[in-house]
Design a binder for this molecule. Sequence first.
Ligand code: FES
Ligand code: FES
Length: 170
Amino acid sequence: MQTETLTQPLEKTNSKIITLKINGVETQISLKPWVSLLDCLREYLDLTGTKKGCDHGQCGACTVLCDGKRILSCLTLAVMKDGSEITTIEGIATGNGLHPLQKAFIEHDAFQCGYCTPGQICSAIGMFNEGKAKTEADVKELMSGNLCRCGANTNIINAIMEVKNGGDHE
Ligand code: FES
Ligand code: FES
């Protein structure tokens, strides 16, 4: 008996037009449904501040904020976030002024190669928004999903603690 194939070949799968508000700018983009948010940002929109490390949810380099919550953009399909507000490292500074965390990272020498830094900063802002970090031990635990291959962890935690204790992270 002849069977009919109902699934379309991958290349014929329709693209979907989605709208994301990225760093305050409403952006419409047509994407195949399997494109990750990370690839959408880097490959389609040229926002290369967000880094691809493992591409498997293990290093935190790709962390961005989605409606104020930190997410791993490598594990997120862009189409899942249609209508959301995305903040990447390019949208963290206000005007010409650096975000207090960016200043603290510079002051505390909290990066070497800098590859993990955008994810660390987005993740720390997301952690502040969660309101669960009370102590330095909490911060270490809640930032443990962001790996630094250069070993700048101590200075990263120091930078985050300074902003946390200064209370001017908004
Ligand atoms: S690139 Fe997403 S967690 Fe490593
Ligand atoms: S500064 Fe190089 S990976 Fe963190």
